[in-house]
Design a protein around this ligand. Structure first.
Ligand code: SF4
Ligand code: SF4
Length: 383
């Protein structure tokens, strides 16, 4: 039985955050069951890109600071880290730490640090579902324990991004694009995400759901007040409760579907014990979804020459707003199959090779990429 603790928190005031986090931790039976004083712990936060905390794209720095100080008081050394999208080097990391407000977090006296190790290592595994080996950030292997500190957000490819998908950031920078490219099918991609999470093995997972993101997540959506802090000993079950909290049927989320198929999560969620507050203690919400889905016909047994034009016509696809685009080239660099070319007007996509990973939308710093889905045809075909 997995435990998921729900507590309320309406603001990013440090004292409020600490109060809630301490209640969550008490619900979980205290830190003793998970950590030993003297250990080094990686707080794997979500630092997708350089965005101010108010934009709700990244785990809020005050949330991380409050948690890091609680852990420091318990007696562990804390390293805060992530491998954001784009290159994994010191210059880019420092820019993101600063841009995301993380320069308030380090405290040498309290043994709280921002990760500066940009090495990567190969891990061989023969017990995962899909992956036999993974490239991971070296810091993952250097620490004693890992804690996931995710942000509640919608996601253009996977509907929702929470504790499980947060661990994709243990894959160094550009390797993430390679994984997208090698696993264009959503089933493979999300099985890979579950494998990556199993490999990272977080002993505890915390979710910053004080303010989440709805609509065009994970980076171009709008902040939404959720007012919650969620903590669990299972990232898989945390995502089940987090989706329910914002009105998403967990079975719509491909990572959760994979967990059910693989027996990690019970089909009827009878293996989740919600502690602290109940879902009914929070206002009922129906978070605005990203424009995703509609790839059902890809599974139909159609000849390729019919399937490809259908995919282009009906599948959601990235479109670019040339009035907003500044031609920075970030989307072109991020595109796993190299489907984007930037000309005088802006980015152009070869939809025949586009794998609909939506990395371009995810990593555009200017919110110039939207996901378009043909509203009439997709309703007629009921995708
Ligand atoms: S990342 Fe955004 S702003 Fe930059 S070129 Fe692509 S669409 Fe334009
Ligand atoms: S164009 Fe965008 S959605 Fe298509 S493959 Fe490239 S990054 Fe992914």
């Amino acid at each position: 039985m997995a435990k998921v603790s729900l507590q309320k928190c309406e603001s990013y005031e440090l004292s409020e955050l600490k109060k809630s986090l301490l209640m969550n931790i008490a619900d979980m039976g205290g830190l003793d069951g998970y950590l030993i004083p003297g250990e080094t712990v990686l707080l794997k936060v979500n630092l997708l890109m350089k965005k101010s905390p108010e934009e709700a794209t990244t785990t809020h720095p005050n949330f991380v600071k409050a948690l890091a100080e609680i852990l420091s008081d318990f007696g562990v050394k804390v390293i805060v880290g992530d491998s954001p999208g784009g290159p994994f080097n010191i210059k880019s990391l420092n820019g993101i730490y600063k841009g995301c407000g993380y320069d308030i977090i380090p405290d040498e006296e309290k043994k709280i640090f921002l990760n500066e190790n940009i090495n990567q290592v190969t891990v061989k595994r023969d017990d995962l579902f899909l992956l036999k080996s993974l490239e991971v950030i070296e810091i993952l292997q250097k620490v004693d324990k890992v804690i996931s500190v995710s942000k509640l957000k919608t996601h253009g490819m996977t509907v929702f991004t929470g504790a499980v998908k947060n661990m994709f950031g243990t894959i160094p920078g550009i390797y993430k694009a390679e994984y997208h490219f090698k696993m264009p099918k959503i089933e493979d991609f999300t099985n890979m995400l579950v494998d990556v999470c199993i490999n990272a093995n977080p002993v505890l997972s915390f979710m910053d759901a004080v303010v989440g993101m709805e609509g065009a997540g994970p980076s171009s959506g709008d902040p939404i007040d959720v007012g919650a802090v969620i903590v669990s000993d299972s990232p898989y079950h945390l995502d089940v409760v987090a989706t329910q909290l914002v009105g998403i049927n967990p079975k719509e989320v491909p990572t959760i579907e994979r967990c059910i198929e693989r027996g990690i999560v019970d089909n009827d969620f009878r293996d989740v014990e919600i502690i602290g507050l109940n879902l009914t203690d929070f206002p009922e919400r129906s978070i605005r979804r990203p424009k995703v889905g509609g790839v059902g016909f890809v599974k139909w047994n159609l000849p390729e020459f019919i399937k490809k034009p259908l995919i282009n016509l009906l599948n959601p696809k990235p479109v670019f707003d040339y009035d907003i685009c500044v031609k920075c080239g970030e989307c072109e660099r991020a595109c796993p199959p190299g489907a984007i070319v930037i000309d005088k007007e802006g980015p152009k996509v070869n939809y025949d090779i586009c794998i609909r990973c939506f990395c371009c939308q995810e990593l555009c710093p200017y919110k110039a990429v939207e996901i378009y889905r043909n509203p009439i045809l997709s309703r007629i075909i009921k995708l």
